[in-house]
Design a binder for this molecule. Structure first.
Ligand SMILES: [Zn+2]
Length: 521
């Protein structure tokens, strides 16, 4: 009988910790809904104590999304309390607490004498902290996960001691993270086997693994661990996460599916929602999926060479181990146009994983009609891009009302912008090294501000000369850091919209609505 593997998705916690990935609350809720449609068992929604925005995101997801919702907490009472408060509304909730167990971490993090002078004393303190944390979490919640951070590099004898103590204290899931992505598959599997042998009460908890991809082995290590006895795998959509990322959900799940002949396991995942999830996470984070990425890359099912194409046409099995439809990549191109109507748009957006209120649908429909006027044929990718920019930016403080750019090979690029905020109009001009720089400078001038641009990407959403251009920009200064997206068939305009959306996002984080008052004060 095949055994079930619990899929614990941490796209919204570890994935969101990727350098530069910050998502706003509305984006997180939308991703969580898609994860529920994908049928992941557990959604780790965030680290509530770390910021008010994290707390609110976890709280909203807990109240709205049907799955087990987990919140992360260090082994501290305040963290655990905050996690519980944020999770309270969830019908099924999990507190996830952790301690660092490798010598590297213990010596690095617990230098102070409070933890004892010798390594042995420090190790003892870590065990006691873990016990206290799990016991306290259990007073609030029946479902408690304990992680031994950097377990991959933790001495097996000590790791077994920590895990046994955590289970004794009430942990229902024990997670063995390869935090630094250091282990090799055989070695990691052996670690799981050893734990099963050495930890007396191991049958009372589910063994989980959480593998990082620093050596490109996160999925391989997760599969090896499952074969050795792990029954929960922590992973992220598109494999995003700290540094080189986490085990990729889609790769792990499809490996189990495609090789069920030798892997007697299954998951609850609805694989046909994989592609929608991948595109949504990519649009919201601004992390483009590499074309050759397994399962969800643009070329994952493309056959270029003549011999391959010929083979696939005669019999798909010659070069395909899975069908694109299995992961939700549709072979037929659905095209909408100006006459598709509101209903057609709504139906298509639903198929792509977006649920809209009637009010939001009105907004999107207006944008859609504008786009269809310029572009005639509107593809799925155009719709995803549209959703990325407009729908989740909530009510913007400033709008780009008018833009004029003057440029030429022997002229200094000059931009004039007119921004609107309620009834107020702000107009300014500025020059720049190029037209985009000029637009950014003009916006800065109009708002009496200046931001450093830390990331700027422009891509064409579909192919063809009239393709929609999508711009992703990340900015920062003393006020904060945020990203914005803009789209238009004109990439200069898209850049201006993206920059302004990023500024609006910073204002939103700071709960202010205006920049000008601040700078004049
Ligand atoms: Zn991690």
């Amino acid at each position: 009988m095949p055994e079930k593997i619990i899929i614990f998705d941490t796209t919204l916690r570890d994935g969101e910790q990727s350098p530069g990935a910050s998502l706003n609350i509305a984006e997180k809720v939308e991703i969580a809904r898609q994860l529920a449609r994908l049928k992941v068992d557990v959604i780790e929604a965030g680290f509530p104590v770390s910021s008010p925005a994290q707390f609110e995101a976890v709280q909203r997801i807990a109240g709205e999304v049907p799955a087990i919702i987990a919140g992360l907490a260090r082994a501290k009472e305040g963290d655990i309390k905050a996690a519980y408060q944020a999770l309270k509304e969830a019908p099924r909730k999990r507190i996830h607490t952790f301690s660092s167990t490798s010598d590297y971490h213990i010596l690095g993090k617990f230098g102070s004498s409070r933890y004892g002078q010798t390594l042995a004393e420090k190790r003892k303190t870590v065990i006691q902290m873990s016990i206290d944390a799990v016991q306290y979490a259990r007073t609030l919640c029946d479902d408690v996960e304990f992680s031994a951070e950097d377990a991959g590099r933790t001495d097996i004898g000590y790791l077994a001691e920590v895990i046994e103590a955590a289970i004794e204290a009430g942990a229902t899931t024990v997670n063995i993270p390869d935090t630094t992505g250091y282990t090799l598959p055989d070695e990691f599997a052996e670690k799981i086997r050893q734990l099963k042998k050495r930890v007396k009460n191991i049958e009372r908890a589910v063994i989980s693994v959480h593998c990082h991809n620093d050596l490109g082995l996160a999925v391989a290590n997760s599969l090896a661990a499952v074969q050795a006895g792990a029954r929960q795998v922590e992973c992220t959509v598109n494999g995003i996460g700290e540094r080189a990322g986490n085990a990729s959900l889609e790769e792990f799940v499809m490996a189990l599916n495609v090789r069920k002949d030798i892997l007697p396991f299954y998951t609850a995942i609805n694989t046909r929602e994989i592609y929608n999830a991948s595109r949504m996470v990519s649009t919201f984070t601004g992390f483009t999926v590499q074309p050759n990425k397994a399962i969800v890359g643009k070329n994952a099912f493309a056959h270029e060479s003549g011999i391959h194409q010929d083979g696939v046409l005669k019999d798909r099995n010659t070069y395909e181990i899975m069908k694109p439809e299995d992961v939700g990549v549709s072979s037929s191109k659905i095209v909408l146009g100006r006459h598709s109507g509101r209903h057609g748009l709504k139906a298509r957006l639903q198929e792509l994983g977006y649920r809209l209120s009637e009010e939001k649908l009105d907004q999107v429909y207006k944008l859609f009609v504008k786009l269809a006027d310029k572009k005639k044929e509107v593809y799925d990718e155009d719709l995803r891009s549209l959703m990325g920019e407009e729908v989740y930016s909530e009510k913007p403080a400033y709008l780009l009302d008018y833009l004029h750019v003057f440029l030429g090979t022997s002229a200094i690029p000059t931009a004039t912008v007119r921004l609107k905020k309620d009834d107020r109009i702000l107009e300014e001009s500025a020059t720049g090294d190029g037209p985009v720089d000029a637009v950014f400078n003009a916006i800065d001038r109009a708002l009496h501000t200046h931001f450093e641009v830390t990331d700027y990407q422009v891509r064409s959403v579909t192919s063809g000369r009239d393709a929609l251009g999508e711009v992703f920009v990340r900015i920062q200064n003393g006020l904060g850091e945020a990203h914005g997206r803009g789209h238009s068939t004109d990439i200069i305009e898209a850049s201006g919209k993206a920059y302004l959306q990023a500024i609006n996002n910073i204002l939103k984080q700071r709960d202010t609505v205006s920049l000008e008052k601040k700078s004049s004060a």
